[in-house]
Structure formats: structure tokens, C-alpha cells
Design a protein. Structure first.
Length: 187
């Protein structure tokens, strides 16, 4: 789980780096893109270590589903880079597949949290899922409402983006807290 935590932190730093580079240092986009690729690969490799979760947790299917979704997202993204044509419909599903993979991983962490009797961590996972749904609805309202609401839609979109950033940090903290809880049980 530690590799997942570090990949989330690296991704967060890359997002901040992209924002800064877009305005101040456009040449920095190349190394940042490389770091994003490393972070994404770490996000895919990390869950493989979670396959060692005991069968009695009932979480194996969730982690397998998460891995399959993340791998499918990577393949859909990487295929055009190596000359494989992907239909636009399939390509547009990349974010959906990655989102489903993330949801399955959060559900996996919630199952593990219940298994080790850490209901506080399970509740944090639930809060992240609910917060994510609220932020997506806000984001969609901002984008769709841009024609009707004008500047108010921009404010909704900015609030949703800030909320997503907060949820991303909460997600990283949940991964780290669960890792520490499991580690303390093993000692």
C-alpha cells in the first residue's frame, strides 16, 4: 500500500507542477509528463501487492476488478502511442474505466478496514465516495450550466476542482492510514 501512497503524492505534485509550468515554465512539461507516467505505473503496480489480502476479507474481487480497470485504462491510453488505432468511443471511456477502478479500490480499502475492525477508516472511505459524487455533480452543473448561469457556473466549477483536490488528499491519507493500521497488526 505504501507504493500507492507515494504514487498518489507524486501525482498530486505533478498536478501542481503542470499548473505552475503552464504559466511559468512550459519547457518543464516534458519531465512532468514523465513523472505522471511513473506515478500512473505505480498506481497500477501497487494494487498487485494487495492481492495477498486474506480470502476471508471478501475483498479479493474488488482489488482484482480495480487492477483490471486500471490496466484497461493504461492500455486504452497507451495503444495510440504505439500505433494501435482505438475507436473514439472506446478512447472516451478511459476516464470512466479509471474512475471505476478507483471506486473499486476504495471499496476494497473499506472491506479491509471492516475486516481489521477499523470502522473509522471505513467511514473515511465512505466520506470519500460521497464527496466524490457531490464534486462530480458540482462539476457537471458548472460545465452544463455555463450557458445558463454564466460566471456562477465558473465558480461552481472552481469549487468542484478545489473539492476534488481535497478528496484526492483525503484518498492519500486513507491509503496511508490503512497501511499503518495493517502494519501495526503485523508487529
Amino acid at each position: 500500500m505504501k507504493i500507492i501512497y507515494f504514487s498518489i503524492l507524486l501525482m498530486l505534485l505533478c498536478i501542481i507542477g503542470v499548473i505552475v509550468a503552464a504559466f511559468a515554465f512550459p519547457i518543464a512539461m516534458v519531465p512532468i509528463g514523465f513523472l505522471i507516467l511513473i506515478a500512473y505505473l505505480m498506481l497500477i503496480v501497487g494494487p498487485f501487492f494487495c492481492l495477498s489480502a486474506p480470502e476471508s476479507t471478501g475483498a479479493k474481487g474488488l482489488i482484482i476488478g480495480s487492477i483490471l480497470c486500471q490496466a484497461a485504462g493504461l492500455l486504452i491510453t497507451a495503444a495510440p502511442m504505439v500505433g494501435i488505432a482505438i475507436p473514439a468511443v472506446v478512447s472516451s471511456l478511459t476516464n470512466l474505466v479509471a474512475t471505476i477502478g478507483s471506486i473499486l479500490f476504495i471499496l476494497f480499502m473499506m472491506k479491509i478496514s471492516s475486516y481489521i475492525q477499523r470502522d473509522d477508516l471505513r467511514e473515511k472511505g465512505r466520506t470519500i465516495l460521497i464527496g466524490s459524487v457531490i464534486m462530480v455533480v458540482l462539476l457537471l452543473a458548472g460545465v452544463v450550466g455555463a450557458t445558463v448561469l454564466g460566471p456562477i457556473a465558473g465558480i461552481l466549477t472552481m469549487c468542484a476542482a478545489l473539492g476534488m483536490l481535497i478528496i484526492f488528499v483525503m484518498y492519500a491519507n486513507l491509503v496511508n492510514s490503512l497501511y499503518k493500521a495493517i502494519e501495526s497488526l503485523q508487529n
